[in-house]
Ligand binder design. Structure first.
Ligand code: HGY
Ligand code: MN
Ligand code: MN
Ligand code: MN
Length: 432
């Protein structure tokens, strides 16, 4: 039986959710645990409750929503992604996978017999704080689900405003803007509450994440679908360079210990070094920088910046990052600027489940959908879950390969085809 998703409902949901942003004139900015996050949660939870689904929110605010026809004793197929964004991000990153999984939920709820003879239940999952915009660490919610993060990390993870993750979670009120829909779990962060965040992976049959590609491959090759075989790993360090602040006019060039010029040389050296990579897949990015005192007429005294290296081969991530650290230390020494380097966060590359890759490839071929098996330079919650359960990822094209920017876009036909493919995969490709 091939059920049809409802393209209009899907697009209406996506276009409504894109309005939940702090920067309506400049892309989507929807940080975890903020007002826009609460609005998006309320919208999705109300839709789910309207079709009789059950909602559970854990202490980190990850959400799981199950069908009314789910039966005890059956394993669960989960699908979902994240609703938080980067600053001035795009309208599809994360939320597309959530709306796709919601569309599957609503379609299955409208056809209550659809899983009657299936061997599994279906749930939508929304992973909290995937982007790391709030506390600097990507995939925070799924790292608590899988036990990579535990209680100590509630205090270690601190926002730019000095609020820890624990304080932020404790400051939440349970209700969405309507004052009655529960969108946050305010039951506290006891050992038991944190233990309940952990999934019982014996009950998870499969996790599927639908996502935009966020790169140029599918669009450039005119393909409709990406079937992801591996997800890059990433290692993030935080570099603090301390020179000597001084007057910008009265200090001769030969007497400067300029933290920002040192940082600039370090970042260019890191870029040049990674460009020596033989297969041109390793990437390095400095995306965040603080300069003190940040005045145009003062030689910068302190500069703090992030550097992240990504690849699908963990040994290459470590080799390049270790060599970059050596370069940074040598440059700081040469310029007599103090240098402090902290490991910030790390996630390992992961190969996804071959049985799913094969089944989805066969299905795409049977549908005559032009597809490609490909890796993902972006990280996703799927790479956390894949360590413990069968996991698959489905990509749709990003126009001009743009993402994490307001220009992020995908055409309606690809948006709809990806969701229909997700529904088919849930219904047909998962029978052992
Ligand atoms: O950074 C990433 O790859 C993801 O978008 N959080
Ligand atoms: Mn994403
Ligand atoms: Mn993202
Ligand atoms: Mn993701």
């Amino acid at each position: 039986m091939t059920l049809q998703t409802n393209e209009k409902r899907l697009l209406d949901n996506l276009h409504t959710l894109r309005t939940f942003t702090d920067t309506p004139q400049d892309g989507v900015t929807r940080f975890s645990y903020g007002t826009q996050d609460a609005r998006a949660r309320e919208y999705i939870i109300k839709r789910a409750e309207n079709c009789g689904c059950s909602v559970s929110i854990d202490a980190l605010q990850n959400i799981r929503i199950g069908l009314p026809t789910n039966k005890p004793g059956r394993k669960t197929v989960l699908s979902g992604s994240h609703i938080d964004t980067v600053r001035n991000g795009g309208w599809l990153d994360g939320i597309y996978g959530v709306c796709g999984a919601l569309e599957v939920l609503e379609t299955l709820a409208e056809n209550p017999d659809s899983l009657k003879d299936a061997s599994f239940n279906y749930e939508l999952v929304i992973f909290a704080e995937e982007e790391g915009s709030g506390f600097g660490s990507t995939m925070t919610g799924s790292k608590f689900i899988t036990g990579i993060y535990a209680e100590a990390d509630l205090d270690k993870l601190v926002s730019d405003t000095g609020m820890s993750l624990r304080q932020t979670l404790q400051s939440l009120s349970p209700y969405g803007p309507d004052g009655k829909t529960i969108v946050y779990n305010t039951g506290g962060l006891s050992q038991e509450a944190l233990q309940n965040v952990r999934w019982d992976f014996d009950q998870v049959q499969t996790m599927l994440e639908l996502h935009i590609e966020q790169g140029p491959v599918l669009d450039r090759e005119g393909l409709s679908l990406g079937i992801v075989d591996s997800i890059f790993g990433m290692r993030v360090i935080e570099v603090t360079l301390t020179g000597v602040g001084n007057h910008a006019g009265a200090t001769p060039m030969t007497e400067r210990y300029d933290a920002l010029c040192t940082a600039a040389e370090c970042i260019l050296a890191a870029e040049a070094h990674v460009k020596t990579d033989d297969d041109k897949r390793t990437v390095v990015t400095c995306g965040k920088m603080d300069i003190e005192p940040n005045c145009s007429n003062v030689i910068p005294e302190t500069v703090r910046f992030s550097l992240e290296v990504r690849d699908k081969d963990e040994t290459k991530i470590d080799r390049f990052m270790n060599e970059i650290i050596d370069l940074i230390v040598a440059i700081a020494e040469k310029r007599q600027v103090n240098c402090e380097i902290k490991e910030h966060s790390k996630s390992s590359p992961l190969h996804l489940t071959d049985r799913l890759i094969d089944a989805m490839s066969k299905h795409a071929a049977a549908l005559d959908l032009p597809y490609k098996v490909m890796d993902s330079g972006a990280v996703h919650d799927a790479c956390m879950i894949a360590k413990y359960a069968q996991t698959g990822m489905i990509f749709v094209p990003s126009i001009n390969g743009r993402s994490h920017v307001p220009e992020e876009n995908t055409n309606d036909a690809d948006i709809a085809a990806g969701v229909q493919f997700l529904l088919d995969t849930v219904l047909h490709e998962l029978h052992e």
